[in-house]
Design a protein around this ligand. Structure first.
Ligand SMILES: *Cc1c(COP(=O)(O)O)cnc(C)c1O
Length: 375
């Protein structure tokens, strides 16, 4: 059967849809030439802070650097334990290790794929009982676009006196209990990597906080730890600024963002409606709105997944696996892990399969995918 190729992400079609909006914004930067921390960076920070309802937004060089800056501001390093889900993108675990801290891998909820608060409590107790590491922080990840269980995570962080970070890289624009993600934790980080729901055309990220002192420290850390003047160095920082050109791209794209979120939700509903009878479709987190970075179905086992993936490939339909291996089993991280089995992460990683959900998809293409799965 010959059919159109359906890709996982279509940035060329996106460009056509956005028309001249991005080009015009970038042209303004080319005329003023303030490529580092030009006026677009501050304009974007102000608009994004308003968008999520946070007091401060600090534009940075990537989502990974955003996590690093947030943890550096807490002086997290050697001897510290940072709790995070085993089923997430590598960056969440990479940063604690880069800073000399130890990631502690927590299992996930089998239905929502978000960090499991009951297992989190057990992990914190175990680390305290062992007495080798100091529990310092929890990173909750809003996986695939849906929110982590923030009300419970906040309770645990408060009881245990831990810094709470929201890794919102996949979920910018998503909602929890009636408001946009961005203020659930002590700080929230996001990514503008091109494939994320609010993606730019290069690397970029942001940190949100309501704390004015932390906001100032984040700004200092992204520019080599500078003080009031550029050549006063207050702390060890990094080169972690958001490019002006990237801020210009994102400002143009922000005007289209809510319509894109609506389109992603429509596609998710189409999939739900037609696929719920044949595969396990995503279970919605209660009182939330997903940003639908990723729409993942569950197959009975790894064999069934490979079969479906091959069948869709024959129909020229792209799929992806997020994530084929939980982080505690990755060669780079398994030495940080205590060796315990994390049954849910390990099982889900063999059953999960992501279908295309980008806003450029037409209803016809979505139905084509559905028919291929059912056929
Ligand atoms: C993409 C991603 C990051 C890292 O963002 P970059 O901008 O690529 O550095 C961190 N955490 C999660 C959950 C992600 O999906």
């Amino acid at each position: 059967m010959v059919s159109n190729t359906i890709s996982f992400l279509d940035l060329k079609k996106q460009q056509l849809r956005l028309g001249n909006a991005v080009k015009n914004r970038v042209a303004q930067v080319l005329s003023h030439c303030q490529f580092i921390l030009g006026p677009e960076v501050q304009e974007l920070e102000e608009r994004l802070a308003l968008y999520v309802g946070a007091k401060f937004c600090i534009g940075v060089s990537s989502g990974t650097d955003a996590i690093q800056i947030a943890l550096m501001a807490e002086n997290i390093g050697a001897g510290d334990a940072v709790f995070l889900p085993a089923f997430t993108y590598t960056a969440t675990a990479e940063v604690p290790l880069v800073l000399g801290a130890t990631p502690v891998f927590v299992d996930i909820d089998p239905e929502t794929f978000q960090i499991d608060p009951t297992h989190l409590r057990l992990c914190i107790k175990k680390i305290r009982d062992e007495g080798k590491l100091t529990p310092r922080a929890i990173i909750g990840v809003d996986l695939f676009g849906q929110p982590a269980p923030w009300d419970i995570l906040r309770q645990i962080a408060q009881q245990e006196q831990l810094f709470l970070l929201d890794d919102c890289a996949q979920s910018f624009g998503g909602m929890y209990q009636g408001h946009k993600l961005g203020t659930e934790a002590d700080a929230t980080v996001t990514s503008f990597f091109p494939s994320k729901p609010f993606g730019g055309y290069g690397d970029g990220g942001a940190i949100f906080t309501n704390d004015p002192e932390k906001a100032e420290i984040y700004r200092s850390l992204r520019s080599h730890g500078e003080g009031k003047t550029r050549y006063q160095v207050l702390r060890t920082g990094m080169n972690g600024r958001l490019d002006t050109i990237q801020a210009a791209v994102l400002l143009a794209k922000l005007d289209f963002f809510d319509a894109e979120l609506t389109r992603r939700e429509e596609i998710a509903c189409l999939y739900d409606q037609h696929l719920a009878s044949v595969v396990q479709v995503p279970v919605r987190v209660p009182h939330s709105q997903s940003a639908w970075a990723i729409y993942s179905i569950l197959l009975p086992d790894e064999h069934a997944r490979t079969e479906l993936q091959n069948k869709l490939k024959e129909h020229n339909i792209a799929t992806a696996i997020y994530y084929p291996l939980p982080l505690h089993q990755q060669p780079a991280y398994c030495n940080s892990h205590d060796g315990s089995v994390l049954p849910v992460s390990e099982r889900i990683s063999k059953q999960i399969l992501a279908l295309p959900i980008h806003p450029e998809l037409t209803d016809e293409e979505v139905l084509q995918i559905i028919h291929a799965i059912k056929g």
